[in-house]
Design a protein around this ligand. Structure first.
Ligand SMILES: [Fe+2]
Length: 397
């Protein structure tokens, strides 16, 4: 007998607050941490972002070694380096501090702390045998939402394919979200990571795997991004509310897609990021409105709701198939206001690779949530429009 049920996993503890990084040591101590490996990148370290974390750890007599070798789009090699650092430090826990790359590296390295072999052997879902050590994640962007999810993305250094590794045991023992940490990110990073948040929320909201609780989080996150992302990008030390709202939106969208899954934006973005090193948030930001147009015929009512959440005036007497275009227009306007390019042609991605990208995207796990069924020609079509800058809404609205 098949039982119709759905799983939704969330972390054990989520601590949220401006300045909350100063509480890291207290909570690490409560979790029984004596000696941590902190996984991060050199920019975060140089920007002084680690200071409140390190001060707090030392105040509570928690020892800490730092591995700062994380690169954007971390490969299996980086993960193995981090795992070696964990062994050499004789650590009993892992702290991931940074953007999605640092937290994903921390998660993947935690697998190798208690499990043998190559990290890519654990790709897919639920392949981790032994429970990894205590895990604490602190995001410095808003963001990937990785701190509240059970997925990590590791790039295969042989094939350049971004592989997904998911396991309940990778969820944080503590996700510690301090919006203040995100203010150190450059303006352009705040813009692209903020659009990643919107992408998570929109893809989770229209996903065929959406659940009541994930949809509630997703639509609220969409509203917060619409109201706050422009101001958060312009932040110059004055608008704490906008930064805090974006950190909330990132957490909510992260939790939402951890239950509802993602869609064609991420399925394509993983391939473009893997082959051409276009930053994840940037490629999502560009692709999102094109994929929304592709999905509109399948989920017109939800697109109208997204339009409303993004602040559009919606006429409920007009067919949703038409009114839904306003969600795409609002997304495009937001992206343009924060200086996101209109097309993939303005990135390192190459138009000649469309066929290869489309073919690879069909095997990406994210695609399983997409509301409209896709085949190779559909993906080629989305990519072609995203290179050419062609939008239907501009001729309809
Ligand atoms: Fe993402």
């Amino acid at each position: 007998m098949t039982v119709d049920s759905q799983m939704w996993n969330v972390p054990n503890r989520v601590l949220f607050g401006w300045g909350a990084a100063a509480e890291t040591g207290r909570y690490a101590d409560t979790l029984g941490v004596d000696r941590a490996l902190l996984v991060t990148d050199k920019n975060i370290r140089a920007a002084g972002v680690l200071e409140p974390v390190l001060d707090s750890l030392s105040k509570h007599d928690v020892e800490c070694e730092i591995f700062d070798g994380v690169d954007p789009d971390p490969t299996d090699r980086i993960v193995h380096e981090a795992a070696r650092a964990y062994d050499e430090a004789n650590a009993d826990s892992i702290l991931g501090v940074g953007g999605g790359s640092s937290i994903d590296t921390a998660k993947a390295a935690s697998i190798l702390a208690t499990n043998d072999g190559d990290v890519l052997n654990y790709k897919g879902f639920g392949q981790v045998d032994s429970e990894p050590p205590t895990r604490i994640y602190l995001p410095t962007t808003a963001g990937t939402g990785s701190e509240v999810g059970h997925w990590t993305i590791v790039k295969d250094s042989e094939t350049n394919i971004k592989e997904e590794i998911g396991d309940v045991s990778l969820l944080a023992d503590l996700a510690l979200i301090d919006p203040k940490l995100t203010t150190s990110a450059p303006t352009s990073v705040r813009a692209t990571t903020g659009m990643d948040v919107l992408t998570h929320a929109v893809e989770a909201y229209v996903s065929i795997k959406a659940q009541s609780q994930t949809s509630a989080l997703a639509i609220d996150a969409i509203e917060k991004v619409g109201e706050n992302l422009r101001r958060a990008v312009e932040y110059r030390g004055d608008d704490r509310d906008a930064i805090t709202a974006m950190a909330h939106a990132s957490t909510q969208a992260g939790m939402a897609f951890n239950g509802a899954g993602l869609g064609a934006v991420h399925a394509l973005a993983h391939q473009i990021g893997g082959l051409f090193d276009v930053p994840h948030g940037l490629v999502n930001a560009i692709l999102l409105p094109y994929v929304m147009e592709y999905n509109l015929p399948q989920v017109p009512d939800k697109m109208v709701q997204i339009a409303e959440a993004l602040g559009e005036d919606v006429d409920h007497s007009t067919p949703p198939r038409r009114e839904g275009y306003k969600a795409i227009r609002a997304t495009r306007e937001l992206a343009a206001d924060i200086r996101i390019p209109r097309t993939l042609a303005e990135t390192q991605a190459e138009i000649d690779a469309i066929d290869r990208l489309a073919e690879r995207s069909l095997n990406d796990g994210s695609l399983t949530g997409n509301p409209r069924k896709t085949d190779l020609r559909d993906m080629q079509g989305i990519l072609t429009r995203a290179f050419d800058g062609e939008f239907e809404y501009e001729t309809v609205l």
